[in-house]
Design a protein around this ligand. Sequence first.
Ligand code: GLC
Length: 444
Amino acid sequence: MLATLLISAILGLSQPPVVPVVEEGIKGYVPSAAVVAAKEQFRDDKFGVFIHWGVYSMLAQGEWVMHQQNVPYEEYSQYPGGFYPSRFDAAQWVRQIKASGAKYITITSRHHDGFSMFATKASPYNVVDATPFGRDPIKELADACHAEGIGLNFYYSLLDWGRDDYPRGDGNPKADYAHYLDFMCEQITELLTQYGPIGCIWFDGDWAKIKKPEEGKDLVVDFDWGYERIYKLIHSLQPSCLVANNHHRVPIPGEDIQVFERDIPGENGAGYSRTSHISQDLALETCKTLNDNWGYNLKDPKWKSVPDLLRTLVSIAGRNANLLLNVGPGPDGTIPAGSVERLAAMGEWMAANGESIYGTRATLLKPQPWGVVTHKEGKIFLHVLEMPENGTITLPFTLKVKKGHVKAFGSGTPLPFKKTKTDFTVQVPADADCSTDYIIEIDL
Ligand code: GLC
């Protein structure tokens, strides 16, 4: 394992490339009844918390530190010897995360540094065997999640900055993708057999440039990772486990969730997306950071405000998608106070307003300049994020609604409305506070 990060930097293992590609939509994949039901549950949940935590957390510069600081693998691989998160308490994490109103947790089981944060027989480079901590935090988290009734998902990196068999294209003669794929399948099997029911396996790193073993030294972006085998394995080990892949492309057969990285679906806000396609057949999920980093970063004070975070959640729900909001616990194993506070404040809002988010869908009307619309059995919710012109919202369809059934959510104050054969107009009160989300409930 002699590859240095310098080499990988030269060879293009950089942040996701932005290469527009035109691809065909998903074909030939018929999700099982278990997957269909799990997707509906996932859509109902609407809000999850992402956890980026690993050896890199000790260095406090985000999860890309090995690559960005050109730390040679021989040196980086010594760091686990100092990993002892003495304040790690899975039950506390779960309490803090549950307080936000999140319904599931997605944690990095193994990131690009290749270090496994779970007990694995497939490599000694793991948290139980290579650290003085010697515990399996994923097992502790799984037990706490199952006890508290919150879902658990695993992030899993395809990309690896250390292993010899990973064909990173540095001329390493031991590069052997078939061998690496066997290793990944062994680990995925462990992840799906050691920790009880898992909601989703969330892949990342597909966008890396890789050497095609059979074709000399060409570095390619659209490498054949052997997804058919991986996805079938997941669905066979746990039929309800969903497959997500942060590849920024049109989903391929076997995938159940389309992922948008730092991007409200359809906006390509971070510029990572290589397609404007949105697969409504799949569940949709946007992952976002709470400050500017995924992994713990000491020098990142750019915390987003609670109203901004809530508006993001609402905007995403209004695009029929889920928000996966990240926290990066520190080297001591605790979630930074700035994150805990924001999660708690979001939870307060969700406790009061979650009825208009959880279990809803957003397929009635596309996002409007004033906000978004969610709906569920017998109810429509207008989420007013900006005061509309003249204070009126006109929906391009009519509704059978009785007097008093259009009201301010929460207070229940009836709001005036007018209907014609073709549309439905609601008057937003002049003093409506849209700084977070002014919600109008329509009872059908
Ligand atoms: C990007 C980053 C990775 C991070 C992921 C989360 O792919 O490379 O470090 O884990 O985004 O969405």
